[in-house]
Design a protein around this ligand. Structure first.
Ligand code: F58
Length: 839
């Protein structure tokens, strides 16, 4: 029977589904009973508890084990199928996977969300409270790590054989607390209450060498070879997590490595009574997987980080070779078996490590080994910021990885010969392109190694890929134009719509059928409804309820009680000067001044929401967080304005907290200086949940605006070209300050202690930075931003227009599904095909 939209009466074309979507179909009675039974069994047999005395965590674990049991079936079948079919496999190498809580997402992907909810409710349990109990694995800093997690979700959903390789950090990204407006960090002990999602595989273990020396020898065939004698060896252990696809039988593998000592006790030391000496090696070895580096841009020079990077790639490649040799005893076919994607340069040592394995362990010659390596590797760049381009001092590299440095030198020698042949006599180019930067202290340029050792290089949004080709990697793009590609980022609609926004999910499915849950482009059907008054009213109702939920969340987490009828203006992301949270603050203060001096002004009530962590050593970013709190303190406590303007900072931004924020947002702040944000993915999550964007032409904003239409996007600010011209002409921020009265009043208020109890020193570094160099050009964009915010206020006043734009934003978000990104990687870079898993 044909389904008909309850709103428009338009017939809905649906494809048959294997399992019901959340909220779609009444859960099956037998299935509900099965979940109750599984829960009771797990509580008893795995946790040794009965319901009356079980803690919330026990109950969460019992439900998590019940979900995992259902996953295991798919997981085992998937690996069996892959093993038998000897499938070509994608290996995503990433120092970060920011997964977010597993339970809710697993239930959505299994099509069992409503069933499990009903089962728990029938057992008298608070289902939402159980989901909330999960402590997320915060094994990443921000966008890069979260992108890797969305990609795993899409790889499984598209039934692509894949393995994610990463590090099982014992401490993930720090927790952020706010004391007196300042960020305080505490350790993230995410494993404290157990991790029901992983299976530890002590038998999958490798020895990872460090330091020592190399020596030449002659092999049995009389050929000269090199042997690496490591000075130190660490043992790795694999911890596996299943990654289920959405309503398919595929469950792929995420394999994270932890480090142990080869021997936990040095008995020689122990025997002579040196107990501490005896455990020293154990402690030193375990340090490698102890903690995630919490920097989201510049990472410089730390030996432990280099060791982490090598640990990851050596574990991954040894494991891949082991798996490959199980079914094809021929290392020279490695590139046929695997497509490796390097998630930025953090795993770029994989290029040297694969060479080492092929040459030293398998006795291959240089040329074939190099061809295999290049055909295997693909490199994704995530940044244009010069300080984020990784380099390692040659001295440090030599002491940690002496054999790999020799290999890097040889790769470089051959590469520079090629450059010389192409550009005879161009010594400057040689200097620029060399894998070794000889300008100051000699260092290894990891981005150059990644370019030379890969067959494909891509940026993460159209503009970013273009700027890579034009600036950062210009010489490489001139030498190998065909290696360069763009794959615009995407986000998983399972987590970032179906899981986090059940009300909108339900409305969408009622209106246009469930096809969009598998094919986000099907959201286009909503366009027909954008002018339907009844549908707009329902849409507005969903947005209002989501805003109420966000207001309640803010009330729980902060001392602010926002008005749910106000415009929710949200900026959530890492704190960084280039992301310009302080530009947002300049607008907040502008608004505050206007409300105070002209209470009759047209500005509608707004709640401005911030969340995000600053790198612990990044003092300017921490001071901007302090400024948010100080401005909030004044604005929220001023009776003359507080019904029109409120400012809230939600502490400890992470995936879990983000999930409560996106659905309630009306306005998404994407206001980086043009040319600085590679892509952004928060911008996509907001728009998918019906927020309108205020943004610059930066990163994926450009493509989002093209997709949703210029009328449905608030554009302001300089373009990349404008920035370039302005800098070339000599940028003088002070002139903006002098010429713009409103701006002057704002900066003066920050400087004169209005927000710091009269303290003129506290924000001096920010004021001096803005009036002096203003490296991120806030003052140049201020007027355009504030005018654009006025337009936002205006548009919000015309609620019909706003709702229409919100619907059209969602309708046109199809291209920003991570499924689309992964299809492009499969087609253009990896050359892999789906391998469906039967029932
Ligand atoms: C981010 N990079 C980009 N790096 O800034 C963002 O525009 C993009 O959308 C996202 O990648 C995904 O492509 C990013 O998050 C890091 O966090 C690194 C962590 C390790 C040190 C260097 C930065």
């Amino acid at each position: 029977m044909a389904l008909v939209s309850s709103v428009t009466g338009i017939p809905i074309v649906t494809r048959p589904l294997q399992h019901p979507a959340p909220g779609d179909v009444t859960p099956d009675r037998a299935e509900i009973e099965a979940w109750k039974q599984a829960f009771r069994k797990n509580l008893f047999y795995v946790l040794g508890r009965f319901q009356a005395t079980a803690t919330v965590n026990d109950k969460y674990l019992a439900l998590a084990y019940s979900a995992r049991d259902r996953l295991l079936d798919r997981w085992v079948k998937t690996s069996e199928t892959y093993y038998r079919a000897k499938v070509r496999t994608v290996a995503v190498l990433s120092a970060e996977f920011l997964l977010g809580p597993h339970l809710g997402n697993t239930l959505v992907n299994l099509g069992a969300f409503d069933t499990a909810r009903q089962a728990m409710e029938e057992l008298g349990l608070d289902f939402a409270g159980l989901l909330d109990q999960e402590e997320e694995p915060g094994l990443g800093n921000g966008g890069l790590g979260r992108l890797a997690a969305c990609y795993l979700d899409s790889l499984a959903t598209l039934q692509i054989p894949s393995i994610g390789y990463g590090i099982r950090y014992e401490f993930g990204i720090f927790h952020q607390h706010i004391r007196d407006g300042w960020q305080i960090e505490t350790a993230d002990k995410w494993l404290r209450l157990g991790n029901p999602w992983e299976i530890t595989r002590p038998e999958i273990a490798f020895d990872i060498g460090f330091a020592g020396h190399t020596e030449p020898y002659t092999d049995a065939n009389g050929r000269c070879r090199v042997r690496w004698i490591p000075g130190r060896v660490v043992r790795s252990t694999a911890h596996d997590t299943a990654i289920p696809g959405y309503r398919v039988n595929t469950a792929n593998l995420l394999r994270l490595w932890s480090a142990q000592a080869v021997n936990s006790f040095d008995f020689a030391s122990f025997d002579v009574g040196d107990y501490y000496g005896a455990v020293e090696e154990k402690v030193a070895s375990e340090t490698i997987s102890k903690v995630l580096y919490p920097n989201d841009s510049a990472v410089r020079g730390k030996q432990l980080r280099l060791e982490q990077q090598y640990f990851l790639v050596s574990c991954a490649l040894q494991d891949m070779m082991r798996i490959h040799l199980q079914t094809a005893p021929d290392p020279s076919r490695f590139h046929e078996k695997y497509a490796v994607q390097l998630n930025d340069t953090h795993p770029a040592l994989a290029i040297a490590e694969l060479m080492r394995i092929l040459l030293d362990d398998h006795g291959m010659e240089w040329e074939p080994a190099w061809a295999i390596t290049q055909q295997t590797m693909g490199y994704t760049n995530h940044t244009l910021l010069p300080e984020a381009l990784e380099t390692w001092s040659v001295g440090l590299f030599a002491s940690v990885l002496p054999r790999h440095l020799e290999l890097v030198y040889e790769i470089n020698r051959r590469f520079l010969d090629e450059v010389r042949r192409r550009y005879p006599g161009d010594d400057d180019r040689i200097r620029r392109m060399s894998l070794i930067d000889e300008s100051g202290h000699r260092s290894v340029r990891m981005a150059h190694l990644a370019c030379v050792g890969s067959h494909a290089i891509n940026g993460v949004a159209a503009l970013h890929s273009e700027l890579l080709r034009r600036d950062v990697l210009r010489d490489f793009s001139a030498l190998w134009p065909d290696k360069f590609r763009n794959v615009t980022n995407g986000v998983s609609p399972r987590r970032f719509m179906m899981l986090i926004n059940p009300a909108l999910t339900r409305l969408l499915t009622e209106a246009i059928g469930p096809a969009w849950t598998r094919d986000l482009d099907a959201l286009r059907a909503l366009e027909l409804l954008a002018d339907d008054p009844a549908f707009r009213a329902e849409w507005g109702g969903v947005k209002r309820r989501n805003r109420e939920a966000l207001a309640a969340e803010i009330g729980r987490k902060t001392s602010v009680a926002p008005d749910p009828a106000s415009l929710f203006d949200v900026q959530v992301k890492r704190f960084h000067e280039y992301k310009r949270q302080h530009l947002n603050l300049l607008h907040v203060i502008t608004l505050y001044h206007r409300l105070k001096h002209d209470p009759g002004c047209a500005a509608p009530p707004r709640t401005v929401v911030f969340a995000g962590k600053a790198a612990p050593g990044y003092m300017m970013a921490k001071r901007i967080i302090k400024l948010v709190h100080c401005v909030a303190e004044v604005v929220n406590n001023d009776r003359s304005t507080s019904d029109r303007l409120r400012v809230a900072f939600i502490p400890d931004y992470n995936v879990k907290h983000s999930e409560r924020i996106f659905p309630g947002a009306d306005l998404s702040e994407q206001i980086s200086t043009a040319g600085k944000e590679a892509s952004g993915t928060g911008n996509m999550k907001f728009a998918l949940n019906g927020a309108l964007t205020i943004g610059t032409l930066d990163g994926a904003n450009v493509e989002i605006r093209e997709a949703v239409g210029a009328d449905n996007f608030f554009l302001f600010g300089m373009t990349v070209e404008d920035v370039r011209r302005r800098l070339a002409a000599g940028y003088r921020p002070y002139e903006h300050y002098r010429a713009d009265e409103e701006l002057r009043a704002v900066i003066d208020a920050i400087a004169d202690g209005t927000f710091s109890g009269g303290d003129r020193e506290l924000f001096k570094p920010i004021v001096d930075n803005l009036l002096g160099p203003d490296p991120f050009m806030l003052l140049a964009d201020y007027r355009s931003y504030v005018d654009c915010q006025d337009e936002v206020g205006h548009a919000w006043g015309d609620r019909d227009r706003w709702t229409r734009a919100s619907i059209l934003n969602v309708a046109r978000m199809g291209p920003f599904s991570s499924d689309r990104s992964i299809r492009e990687y499969c087609r253009d870079i990896w050359h892999v095909k789906p391998v469906p898993i039967g029932d």
